[in-house]
Design a protein around this ligand. Structure first.
Ligand code: S3P
Length: 173
């Protein structure tokens, strides 16, 4: 019913996009505004494993991290009832992309220089070790079409605060 939608307008959304797009921060802002819970698959994995994402990469390797991530995303999407932020690489998995069909997926777009600024040159993110700018550029080039393919809404984040980005999402959905 259209009027009920208006009375309780709290869309359940999934946020995707690269590191430095602001997924976790924007998820928290949206959840707070809508009175929903926020969830983050990186945090779920760290809690389940009792170690950081960086440690999982070093100790077990990226393929094992991707397996853990695929399962964490599947669990989080089952009965998904809040605002969910996915790790930046989660959409590379084909079964994850298939699971996203039917969800409201927001791609937080970010350009190279803002991504580098936000992630920080001394990033602890394992995929960026050594050459933050070059690695982010490669990830953006490779993944942008994938993010676009799963997105129902694309929001630009360059030069904008998380509050501003969250405000646009709330006004649009
Ligand atoms: C990754 C992004 C990270 C984390 C891991 C790998 C990626 O999540 O899952 O370091 O492949 O882009 P954030 O996008 O939340 O930083």
């Amino acid at each position: 019913d259209h009027r009920l939608d208006k009375l309780d307008h709290r869309p359940r959304v999934v946020l995707v996009g690269p590191m430095g797009a602001g997924k976790t921060t924007v998820a928290n802002l949206l959840a707070e505004a809508w009175g929903l819970s926020a969830r983050d698959t990186d945090a779920d994995i760290e809690a389940a494993e009792g170690r950081t994402v960086a440690d999982i990469f070093v100790e077990s390797g990226e393929p094992e991290f991707r397996r853990l991530e695929r399962d964490a995303v599947a669990r989080a999407l089952e009965g998904h009832d809040g605002v969910l932020a996915l790790g930046g690489g989660a959409v590379l998995d084909q079964s994850t992309r298939a699971r996203l069909a039917g969800h409201t997926v927001v791609f937080l777009r970010v350009g190279l220089s803002d991504a580098v600024k936000r992630v920080g040159l001394g990033s602890a993110r394992p995929l960026l070790l050594g050459n933050v700018r070059g690695r982010i550029k490669a990830l953006l080039d490779e993944r942008t079409p994938v993010y676009e393919s799963v997105a129902t809404l694309v929001v630009d984040t360059d030069g904008r605060s998380p509050e501003d980005v969250a405000g646009e999402i709330r006004a649009t959905l």
